[in-house]
Write a protein that binds this ligand. Sequence first.
Ligand SMILES: [Zn+2]
Length: 412
Amino acid sequence: MATERETPGGDSAPSGARGGTDMRLRRGARSATARPQVLTGARVVLPQGTVENGQLAVDGKYIAAHPPADAQVVDVSGHWLVPGFVDIHNHGGGGASFSGTPDDILTAIRTHRAHGTTTLVASTVTDEMDLLVRQAGLLSELAEQGDIAGIHFEGPFISPCRKGAHSEKLLRDPEPAEVRKLIDAARGKARMLTLAAELPGGIDSVRLLADHGVIAAIGHTDATYEQTVEAIDAGATVATHLFNAMPALGHRSPGPIAALLEDERVTVELINDGTHLHPAALELAFHHAGADRVAFITDAMDAAGIGDGRYMLGPLEVEVSEGVARLVEGGSIAGSTLTLDRAFKRAVTVDRLSVEDAVTALSVNPARLLGLSDRIGSLEPGKDADLVLLDADFELKGVMRHGEWVVVPQLA
Ligand SMILES: [Zn+2]
């Protein structure tokens, strides 16, 4: 394929991702002049099913119904063409975190984009309230510019019994007034808040979040089955990384897992990295909830897209060894080093999900949860030209966002 752009490469962050001085990601600047394209010969995963030897036209930032007359033809035979991935739970990547500076945040965004995540919600971790308020202000600016799709607050309103990699001394009860501080600080860009609804103020906070159009997510919780049912009835609609940081499924005390899995109003997040979940647990959740109620997330921390070493997760030190992140103190699993291209490949090659179900869990459902289905999440005319090109082995070969190649495919 002819291209006038340098190749960032599929397995690492784009060049210049670290330590760059530009404070803005490129946005639309070349779209106005970019020639329309038509990608041909691929297996295209459309909402109505997969089309063999299909084609997809891109005009400017959008998917077009028909290829414009002057469109450049790009032969992508032998590849899969799927919608760009949407990650609703992600703390960072490329050596940087969403709790950091604007440069850090952009580094993390670029890293995940290079792995197919074209829409991303930035997750914070438990910290001092005034620091979270300040970070929310910063992230809201990036959301305003369209670099991220909003903010997910994970903590501080979580259970000390299920704190995972959150700093225990900074945890607090979900008093609605405190929750409200974070919603206000995000200036309309708060998309989700994870809380343990069994704590004092929990149910009122779930109602407050639902009233403000913020997803109330149940997680890092020690709730019983009954308490979880009450939270769902109050408006909670997401399970934060189901199975992780909550009581196990017991036959006399089914706990939050059974309540979250059985209720059709709830979408369950799953971290499909082979470390957080046994394949059988993933299969159980997927089969019980069905593809329409699963969102694959990364829950990624700084090491995603980079590798082993010492990192910080909020105020806590983390050691990453063989791709598994653990707190230096206590050894809790501390987020993942996952990227969604790997989650996709694992879903279809290890978990034996259909490509269509993987697309549903990686793009369709998270886009719907964010209320963005009219723009993203599927390959349809008029929607943003956000797409991922995978080879026959489901290795990422290209990423397009808003009609521009983020990872330029190198085709033979
Ligand atoms: Zn997380």
